[in-house]
Design a protein around this ligand. Structure first.
Ligand SMILES: [Zn+2]
Length: 306
């Protein structure tokens, strides 16, 4: 497979001392991809900031203007919610993270890559139409989905999310959009405790209990995602790739390992091969143990590349 890696060093300028969603996450990922040799097999592309009109397809004008007004001067911090901060580098980082996802979709649709991974931050899947939440400012994967749907050949998409947290933002954005299938596995009860039990024929939930590991994760996904994908027949697969369900993660209480990320990534690739002519774009969400994050991203991207 030809796999693109979209990233930008300015995504490291979003920073608040002591916050778990920190620049070292991205640095650890990029260093491991380089040292393992995998990065040399990928087409690395510099992310560009998303344009306002594309951002506006997913988020309300009022919300975008609020975020722009909130962006602080150098040395200052503002909080959009108790967990979600902005420093002077955050607005550019958030625009780059969203822009990377647009570029990734374009790379795949133009045939320049079979699939793509966006190594970016801040993450996105908690950001709702008009609300910043849970470390997320703009909903990167939802923005990617909207962009893919603009293409004449793409009528239906699927967003698959295996972060330890439920993707309340993605559900908020697509809850009434039948052309978007959203499948999410997550620890429950757990943050965000918002939309956690919301489901319909295109919003599929796979709740897991604290302490669950490989067996429960794989059973839940095999039980609910495969049949939903077969029914939906997506033209494009999008992935919210969070790695905070790893057994070493300090935030979540699930017990996944790199082998589980290889397994789920392989399954998602099979979905893409069966229904979407391999078209697949994945973006980084959570993952807060630096070593586990780096090795898990490697497992995920190496499986996309294989
Ligand atoms: Zn998470």
């Amino acid at each position: 497979m030809k796999t693109a890696l979209i990233t930008h060093p300015d995504c490291e300028n979003h920073e608040l001392a002591g916050h778990p969603e920190r620049p070292e996450r991205l640095r650890a990922v990029m260093r491991y991809l380089a040292e393992s040799g995998l990065a040399s097999e990928l087409d690395t592309i510099a992310a560009e900031e998303i344009t306002p009109s594309r951002l506006n397809r997913t988020h309300s004008t009022t919300y975008i203007e609020m975020v722009e007004r909130a962006a602080p001067a150098e040395g200052k911090i503002v909080r959009l919610d108790p967990d979600t901060y902005m420093n002077s580098g955050s607005l550019r980082a958030a625009r780059l993270a969203a822009g990377a996802c647009i570029q990734a979709v374009d790379q795949v649709l133009l045939g320049h890559a079979d699939n793509a991974f966006c190594a970016v931050r801040p993450p996105g899947h908690h950001a709702e139409v008009a609300t910043a939440m849970g470390f997320c400012i703009f909903n990167n994967i939802a923005i990617a989905a909207e962009h893919a749907l603009q293409h004449e050949r793409i009528e239906r998409v699927a967003i698959l999310d295996f972060d330890v947290h439920h993707c309340n933002g993605t559900v908020d954005i697509f809850r009434d959009r039948e052309e978007v299938l959203v499948c999410s596995s997550f620890q429950d009860p757990f943050y965000p405790n918002r939309y956690n039990d919301f489901s319909n024929d295109h919003i599929i939930i796979s709740p897991l209990s604290a302490g669950d590991g490989s067996i429960e994760f794989r059973n839940a996904i095999e039980k609910s995602w495969s049949s939903a994908i077969a029914t939906h027949r997506p033209d494009f697969i999008l992935v919210s790739a969070g790695f905070d369900a790893h057994q070493d993660d300090p935030v979540g209480q699930l017990n996944l390992t790199e082998d589980d990320y290889i397994w789920v990534s392989g399954l998602i690739r099979e979905f893409a091969a069966s229904y979407a002519d391999d078209r697949l774009v994945s973006t980084l969400e959570g993952g807060y143990d630096l070593r586990a994050l780096a090795t898990s991203v490697f497992a995920h991207v190496a499986t996309l590349k294989t």
